[in-house]
Write a protein that binds this ligand. Structure first.
Ligand code: GDD
Ligand code: MN
Length: 383
């Protein structure tokens, strides 16, 4: 039994910790290989948050540099600096959610750990929540006075395209729903938390699209700084994650988006199969069975590669894992194919008598579901 439980049992009041010890503001900072930025960031937080009881939680996805050591060194002398170390995980959104849930502070901020976000905006965001009745304060690059710094045209264009696309799922007009810099009241966050998709980078968009009612929000301008140390982690995967998030918000309550992606890859596989079959028959002219076997092999390998890159990107297999994955995937698909034929033959057969296309479709759908379910737990299981 803890001291406070004992105190409660005896009917005594549980002493509250002295004011100022319990943080009112938690800054969640996702970091991946940012060793050179940690100390300066904490120093700056300490400067600008004078008078606010704050804590910072660095959520580290198993950095390979000295990021965690840098956080630990600071945390050893300053209990406001905390670390959440995740293994086998990726993504800014889930990092923010888990960091927020590891804190009790009534206000939660999201901020990058590479000094690109302007920390001098934090006190302004905090007073918007504490004194002005706002539930959400967004650091925006697209309201008067804000800016995107030294982005090239391609990056700026991608960002503005993504912002336009986001309007499909957003009810509230927000100039910068892609912002990774914002502050939210915990009670507001909790109204969204169970519906979050938690996919990829865009946690603010996820929150805005998940809240049952539009929050009272304010957008505050800031200039996105350029990076001075470390490098950006945005890669081609970010676009895929973003489209997954939008699709999940649109149809995720009906069917899992990952399954749709798997099915789309399957349809591509059928097309590839037919092309290879045709090429084999005309160019190599083997027997039909041989040509069909070659086409099937190509389709399986092609599907495996595409699923590895897109559908199960988070658990992507490389090296030996790639080969082992290919073998298990081929085995699973073979079982799926046998089941497919079995189901279709049964439905077409004398006891059910369904139409040929219905029997065929049912067999195909059955094997699709089988292949997806089994390969996601065996081939691309979370390590
Ligand atoms: N824990 C964790 N896990 N942290 C990550 C991961 C990850 O998978 N990927 C990136 N980070 C950390 C970085 O270390 C950095 O502190 C922060 O998240 C932002 O990552 P960057 O790679 O620097 O992103 P960016 O500067 O290109 O993109 C920023 O601007 C976008 C606006 O267009 C981010 O703020 C995005 O969230 C924002 O949408
Ligand atoms: Mn950055």
């Amino acid at each position: 039994m803890t001291v406070s439980m004992a105190a409660e049992k005896e009917g005594k009041r549980v002493p509250l910790p002295p004011a100022g010890i319990v943080p009112t503001l938690c800054i969640v900072i996702p970091v991946l290989n940012e060793e050179a930025n940690i100390a300066r960031l904490v120093e700056r937080l300490d400067d600008v948050l004078d008078g606010i009881a704050w804590e910072a939680i660095f959520v580290d996805d198993d950095s390979t540099d000295a990021t965690r050591a840098a956080v630990a060194a600071l945390g050893a002398r300053d209990p406001r600096v905390r670390l959440l170390h995740r293994i086998g995980r990726r993504g800014l959104s889930s990092a923010f959610i888990e960091g927020a849930q590891a804190s009790l502070a009534p206000c939660i901020a999201a901020m990058d750990g590479d000094l690109q976000h302007d920390e001098t905006l934090l006190p302004r965001m905090f007073s918007a929540l504490r004194d002005e009745g706002y539930e959400l304060a967004i650091g925006s690059r697209y309201v008067g006075g804000g800016g995107v710094g030294d982005w090239d045209r391609r990056r700026a264009g991608m960002s503005s395209f993504a912002t336009k696309l986001s309007r499909i799922v957003l009810h509230a007009p927000v100039t910068d729903p892609m912002s990774g810099f914002f502050m939210i009241r915990r009670d507001t966050f909790e109204r969204a938390v169970r519906r979050l998709s938690a996919l990829g980078f865009k946690i603010l968009l996820d929150i805005l699209a998940s809240l049952p009612a539009p929050p009272r929000l304010i957008e505050l301008p800031y200039e996105f700084r350029s990076r001075t140390a470390g490098e950006s982690k945005l890669d081609a995967g970010v676009l895929r994650d973003y489209l997954m998030l939008i699709a999940d918000k649109l149809v995720g309550h009906i069917v899992p988006v990952r399954f749709l992606l798997f099915a789309a890859v399957g349809v591509l596989g059928i097309a590839a199969h037919l092309v290879v079959l045709r090429l084999c028959l005309t160019l190599l002219a083997p027997g039909f069975a041989t040509a069909q076997a070659i086409a099937t092999g190509c389709a399986i390998v092609g599907n495996f590669v595409l699923n590895n890159v897109f559908t199960f990107r988070e658990n992507r297999l490389r090296g030996w894992g790639f080969l082992r994955g290919l073998l298990t995937f081929a085995a699973i698909c073979s079982v799926g194919a046998v089941g497919n034929v079995g189901v279709a033959a049964f439905l077409f057969g004398p006891s059910v008598h369904s139409a040929w296309w219905l029997a065929g479709l049912a067999g195909a759908v059955m094997s699709l579901v089988w292949n997806y379910a089994v390969s996601s737990v065996i081939t691309w299981r979370r390590r």
